[in-house]
Design a protein around this ligand. Structure first.
Ligand SMILES: Nc1ncnc2c1ncn2[C@@H]1O[C@H](COP(=O)(O)OP(=O)(O)OP(=O)(O)O)[C@@H](O)[C@H]1O
Length: 859
């Protein structure tokens, strides 16, 4: 019923007619409402919003709109803190709307920023932005971290107490927690950052007036309100895990908070984006599970800045919970408002839409009631609890911080009816006032002087410098930090305590004067010391300068020498390069020559092989030919011998006949030889000498003709009959003879074989008259050579004997298959051998082992 009533009131709302004079009094601040128009998607779309001034827009109802019929096509004017035209950029929006909130946050004030509008009007774009145009949220984070960068407390110095407050931990406790976290990170945490949102450092401005004597820490929470339930988007666990609902509770100081929400301490803007994207992932995953859309929920990203003063030394945070200041900036992307009948939603979608509309309606009602209460000083109960979103931000509306709202509007005609509702709501919201937050300077309230941190830093720097080796000789007085003492006591004089305060003040001033005197004296002393030290130092500087000059001169000579060396080195290197080139060329040339040689060797070997083959072929052919020739020659010789014999026989017969005929004439000769006594081939020794004479003549002729034919004539002395002529022989063979096994082996019948001639009687006796020395040795070709040295034994007058050598027989054996060339000697031996074969009439075939006998006359 209440909602329906408020809706009626809202619909009746018009352009503010009330004077704003009674609003915005000193300690109150209105809700600042801005309007951002998004660009039209299509050029053909009709716009229903005209910008009249930087703060005013005119809504012109299109004929298709419901309002056109109901309100007689009235144009409506709406005024805002500022209107941002469609071409305004993200930086502009941030500077005008969000920057003051960030500034307030740093200074300890709370802030709340809503984006409100019809679906698709640019709320998320304004709040988050995209990769090219980052929105308010990333810009806020960048500015916060740029401002407090050097003033951040170590992680876990401030720790959420789960009841919307913070505890201060000691450095040791914080370190322990950091180590635990390090271990947790090592066991695997995924990176969810979107680096595209990290702005370049130069684009980020800094907030002025930050309290340098405080230490700061940033904590973020990210929640979603969907179907009037609160979900923690930073809840521990895998993204696929379904989110649990959270309760909204009131803390000890009556501030609303989400109980048990995950609050993450962030140390950099990048870390904050990482956390934000982790939440965004969770949100998408949760919506997929619920089959919902992100625009159907309100999302709240809250940045809490915790600050506390450092102690009087400027070293660590004061360990007192009550000295902590917590400020909070909540960035709320509201769900898109829309009329359910236009979208014709049913089922879950209808439930979502009604929940959205209900929560937005509650927001409207709350603001309306607040406005009424403020205007009429009434005490109507504001229904914050009717919706989670109003419940959560109750404190803001009751004076806990600055509230800003950006109304996003799509100027296209189709959205007119919804946009009109948004504009009316915005107009009403702008009339609500919230109390200005009061900031107390805690440090001042506890009597701490400003500049502690800086003094501490400078003191530490000075100490570090003094601890260096070169400052060892200086006199150190690190125990004393000069100061004129505590701040002045209260100067307010009131009647009752005036005397006491004056007394106190005098004592204080006297103490200060004394202290100043002491300080002056110390200063003068130190000044004196410092001057003398300075003089010393100047002297040293002069000495060092002259030393430096001489060193510089040395350096330049060294440089010149180096230069010369470098040049030589370069030349040598060039030479080396040239030699290397030559060497390479030579190596290449030699390897090409080697290749050529190898090729030639191959050719040569090939030729040799070919020649050897040809030679073998020729030899075989030659042997065949020779064998054939031999056969032929043998046949010719035997034919010739046969013919000669036949001829001789005929001649003999003819001679016999002739002699017979002659004998008949000379009967006195008496001696008759029968023709039958003669047998062909036999020597006609039985014939009478006169009959034999022609034969002898013939024989002589025949011998002549044979010698003419080159047949060797045996020396009668050398004949075998002579060599074994039955006279007494001494056969002297010093070594054991190698059996020759040939027919030519000399055989001496009546001989005495001796191995050693030791006894003279072996030779000097009446039975022996011949001496033969047999020796066997290898010739240079390795063939067996047997020599027989023969001689006559002649008795001497003293009773001894002498041997007169008169014949040498040499027997040589060689193999015709022996590859070595036979010596010329052997060749001649062969010729004689063949002649001998003819001479003896014995023509043995060539055998592998042929025996030759050669006679050498010693005379
Ligand atoms: N000022 C703008 N300039 C350029 N593009 C914009 C602007 N405003 C919105 N857009 C674009 O319009 C589309 C819808 O915007 P967005 O998602 O921010 O709407 P929304 O109001 O958040 O919608 P919902 O309520 O459904 O979440 C986005 O693609 C966004 O990039």
């Amino acid at each position: 019923m209440k909602s329906a009533k408020s809706r009626t009131r809202l619909n009746d709302m018009r352009t503010p007619s009330r004077s704003k004079q009674n609003l915005y009094q000193g300690d109150r601040d209105p809700v600042h409402v801005y309007c951002r128009l998004r660009p039209m998607q299509n050029d053909n779309d009709n716009s229903c919003i005209n910008i009249l001034s930087p703060t005013t827009v005119l809504m012109v109802p299109p004929p298709t709109a419901l309002a056109y019929r109901n309100e007689n096509s009235k144009t409506m004017k709406y005024t805002f803190k500022e209107v941002f035209p469609p071409n305004s950029n993200q930086q502009e929006i941030f500077d005008k709307v969000a920057y003051p909130l960030v500034d307030g946050l740093i200074k300890g004030k709370n802030g709340l920023l809503f984006t409100y509008g019809v679906t698709g009007s640019g709320k998320t774009f304004t709040m988050t932005g995209d990769t090219q145009n980052c929105g308010i949220l990333p810009r806020c984070l960048n500015v916060i971290f740029k401002t407090i960068n050097d003033l951040q407390a170590h992680k876990y110095i401030f720790k959420p107490d789960r009841m919307n407050m913070f505890d201060v931990q000691t450095e040791a406790e914080a370190m322990l927690e950091r180590q635990k976290e390090l271990h947790k990170f090592r066991s695997g945490r995924k990176n969810n950052s979107n680096p595209d949102l990290v702005m370049s450092n130069t684009d980020i401005s800094k907030v002025d007036g930050v309290i340098e004597d405080n230490q700061y820490a940033v904590f973020v929470t990210y929640i979603e309100i969907y179907n009037n339930s609160v979900f923690d988007l930073l809840e521990e666990g895998p993204p696929s895990k379904s989110l649990s609902t959270k309760m909204i509770r009131e803390d000890a100081s009556h501030k609303m908070y989400v109980h048990n929400v995950t609050e993450v301490e962030i140390k950099s803007a990048e870390e904050a984006f990482e956390t934000f994207y982790l939440g965004l992932k969770r949100k998408r995953m949760a919506h997929t599970n619920l089959n919902a859309e992100s625009s159907r929920s309100h999302s709240v990203f809250t940045i809490r800045l915790v600050q506390a003063p450092v102690d009087e030394v400027g070293e660590a945070v004061i360990q007192k919970k009550e000295f902590i200041t917590i400020s909070q900036l909540s960035l709320v992307d509201l769900a898109g408002s829309e009329r359910t009948n236009r979208t014709q939603n049913t089922g879950d979608r209808l439930r979502e839409a009604s929940n959205i509309n209900k929560s937005l309606m509650t927001l409207r009602t709350c603001l309306e009631m607040l406005r009424e209460n403020q205007l009429n000083s009434a005490k109507n109960k504001v229904p914050y609890r009717e919706s989670r979103i109003t419940h959560l931000f109750k404190n803001f509306f009751e004076g806990e911080g600055q509230v800003r709202m950006i109304v996003c509007a799509n100027p296209r005609a189709e959205d007119y009816d919804e946009t009109l509702q948004v504009m009316r709501f915005a107009e009403m919201a702008a009339e609500v006032e919230v109390a200005k937050p009061q900031i107390t300077d805690i440090a001042a309230s506890i009597g701490l002087m400003s500049g502690r941190r800086k003094a501490n830093r400078l003191f530490n720097m000075a100490r570090d410098k003094l601890e260096k080796a070169e400052a060892k000789d200086l006199e150190l007085d690190l125990g004393l930090v000069y100061s004129l003492g505590p701040d002045f006591p209260s100067l307010e004089l009131n009647s009752s305590q005036a005397a006491h305060i004056t007394k106190e003040l005098m004592a204080h001033l006297e103490m200060r004067i004394n202290r100043r005197e002491t300080l002056r004296r110390t200063l003068a002393l130190k000044d004196e010391k410092f001057r003398s030290a300075l003089l010393e130092l100047q002297k040293e500087v002069l000495e060092l300068r002259s030393e430096n000059a001489s060193l510089n001169a040395q350096l330049s000579t060294e440089k010149r020498r180096n230069h010369a060396f470098e040049e030589r080195l370069t030349r040598s290197e060039n030479e080396v390069i040239n030699y290397q080139k030559k060497l390479t060329e030579m190596t290449e040339y030699s390897s090409s020559l080697k290749r050529e040689m190898q090729e030639k060797d191959l050719l040569l070997n090939q030729n040799k092989l070919d020649k050897a083959k040809q030679k073998k072929l020729l030899e075989r052919k030659y042997q065949h030919k020779m064998a054939a020739e031999h056969e032929k020659a043998k046949e010719i010789i035997s034919e010739k011998e046969r013919l000669e014999n036949a001829n001789e026989e005929k001649e003999n017969r003819l001679r016999i006949i002739e002699n017979a005929l002659k004998g008949e004439k000379h009967l006195d000769t008496g001696a008759q030889t029968s023709v039958r006594d003669f047998t062909p081939g036999s020597t006609p020794r039985a014939l009478p000498a006169h009959l034999l004479s022609p034969f002898i003549a013939q024989s002589k002729d025949s011998q002549t003709s044979r010698s003419r034919r080159g047949v060797a004539i045996a020396n009668p002395r050398h004949r075998r009959s002579l060599s074994a002529d039955g006279k007494g022989w001494v056969e002297h063979a010093p070594n054991k003879l190698v059996p020759m096994g040939t027919v030519m082996k000399p055989s001496i019948g009546n001989s005495k074989l001796v191995n050693k001639l030791t006894n003279v009687k072996d030779i000097a006796n009446t039975k022996t008259s011949k001496y033969c020395l047999i020796s066997q040795e290898q010739d240079t070709d390795g063939e067996l050579e047997t020599k027989l040295y023969k001689g006559d034994i002649v008795p001497t007058c003293g009773g001894g004997a002498q041997v007169i050598f008169n014949d040498v027989e040499m027997l040589k054996q060689f193999s015709p298959t022996n590859e070595r060339e036979p010596s010329s000697n052997r060749t001649s031996g062969c010729a004689r051998h063949s002649g001998k074969r003819r001479d003896t009439g014995c023509s043995p075939p060539p055998t592998p082992s042929t025996v030759k006998k050669q006679r050498v006359d010693d005379d």
